[in-house]
Design a binder for this molecule. Structure first.
Ligand code: ADP
Ligand code: MG
Length: 398
């Protein structure tokens, strides 16, 4: 789960991490009032969306007067911001953060993430902080320094020290930077974060160490013990279809391509996405109907997939275990009838590969239903090739 920058900063502040004085604003009047309350010569107006890259996209504005704050707040609120992290459709700006302008001496990057390979939390930092850390990571990965943290010991003093010196921080700043790192690590562990990132972390002209940007992501499977985090959820930032699917007990992730996949089990979902990619297709989603699919669930899954105009073909790849193939087949037939008003056809090509328990029964049900636009496949590879070809034809027809 993600939260907004201003929410992340409020949590950081609770942990003793220094952040600029700032207030969220939902209206232009809120923004102007916040700027007056802050009272610094420069106030920053920042779009709050669940995506970075706002600075280079015009979502972070320096204002030198309340009039300028008003102007920027007016421009930003309600606008669609397209950044390198939002995708081409962008994200609507419903909230702003108004905060004191800092006298930046130098910008750094710092983050904590769970590193799967070493199975511990890693602290990463760089002197090349600021807006283009993605480029640094891609072109110059050695500029990103790492400290692996032993979970039994936590972030040790020597590690924080080593990092501060490796970042060439001035002597006077080192103790403050160390404190910053230790507090951020404590927050990361306490709140079950999957990511805690400040880009930039800055040293100011006054030699203060400040989190100028803040991003916290939380491990969804721990949310039951963090009601205070759940309360920060902004559902307008979350994918509409992913939310609908979750309500139906389906595990759905939007991937943006044109071949939808309906599978059971996360492993099979990933394999299906891979095989579509390998055959030159673009998966539209990752949809796991789970191990206990009922015909109702299959129908719900179809509805979610067909709502997407970009989807031109569906690959159903089910391995029957607890899920019996005949139950799945019945669900598919019911879905076809329901979606076509009893005509027994699918609006776009649907390729089905069934394997496992009761497979013969399942195949027979599908065969005898004579559904238009339904195509059987006897292997994953055949299924992937077929659905990609059919989706292409469907797209050309449109
Ligand atoms: P994003 O990462 O989405 O581009 P940031 O919060 O990192 O947004 O802001 C982008 C840039 O704007 C920062 O790198 C920094 O140079 C500047 N900036 C952000 N907040 C402030 C602030 N309070 N005072 C001065 N400059 C700021
Ligand atoms: Mg940033």
């Amino acid at each position: 789960m993600n939260i907004h920058e201003y929410q992340s900063k409020a949590i950081m502040k609770e942990y003793g991490i220094h952040v600029p004085e700032g207030y969220p604003a939902f209206t232009v009047e809120d923004a102007v009032a916040a700027a007056k309350r802050i009272g610094t010569p420069v106030v920053v107006v920042k779009a709050q969306i669940h995506a970075g890259g706002r600075g280079e996209a015009g979502g972070v504005k320096l204002a030198h007067s309340p009039e300028e704050v008003r102007k920027y707040a007016r421009e930003l609120l309600g606008s669609i911001l397209v950044t390198r992290q939002t995708g081409p459709q962008g994200k609507k700006v419903n909230r702003l953060l108004i905060e004191a302008g800092a006298h930046i001496k130098k910008e750094y990057y710092i983050s904590f993430v769970v590193d799967r390979e070493s199975r511990c939390v890693v602290m990463m930092a760089s002197e090349s902080g600021g807006m283009a850390i993605e480029d640094v990571a891609a072109e110059n990965p050695e500029a990103i320094l790492k400290e692996y943290i032993d979970p039994a010991i936590g972030l040790a003093d020597f590690q924080a020290n080593r990092m501060a010196y490796a970042l060439h921080m001035e002597q006077a700043v080192v103790p403050k930077a160390k404190t910053f790192m230790k507090y951020l690590y404590k927050l990361f562990v306490d709140k079950d974060c999957s990511l805690a990132e400040c880009n930039p972390l800055v040293v100011t002209e006054e030699n203060e160490v400040l989190a100028l940007d803040a991003k916290l992501n939380f491990d969804d499977s721990t949310l039951s013990r963090h009601p205070e985090i759940v309360a920060l959820r902004d559902i307008t930032e979350e994918d509409q279809k992913e939310r609908e699917a979750a309500a139906e007990g389906l595990n759905y992730v939007n991937l943006g391509g044109d071949v939808a996949c309906m599978v059971n089990g996360a492993g099979l979902a990933m394999a299906t996405v891979d095989i579509i990619k390998e055959n030159g297709g673009e998966p539209a989603n990752f949809l796991d109907v789970g191990g206990d699919s009922t015909p109702e669930k299959i129908v719900a899954a179809f509805k979610i997939m067909l709502e997407d105009d970009q989807v031109h073909g569906i690959l159903i790849n089910i391995f029957g275990g607890i899920n019996k193939c005949d139950v799945i087949a019945t669900g598919i037939v019911e879905a076809a009838a329901l979606l076509s008003g009893g005509k027994e056809e699918f609006p776009i090509p649907v390729v089905v590969r069934l394997e496992g328990r009761n497979v013969e029964k399942g195949r027979k049900i599908l065969e005898e239903a004579h559904i238009v636009n339904l195509f059987p496949a006897s292997s994953m590879d055949e299924g992937a090739k077929k659905v990609i070809r059919l989706a292409k034809e469907q797209k050309e027809k449109k």
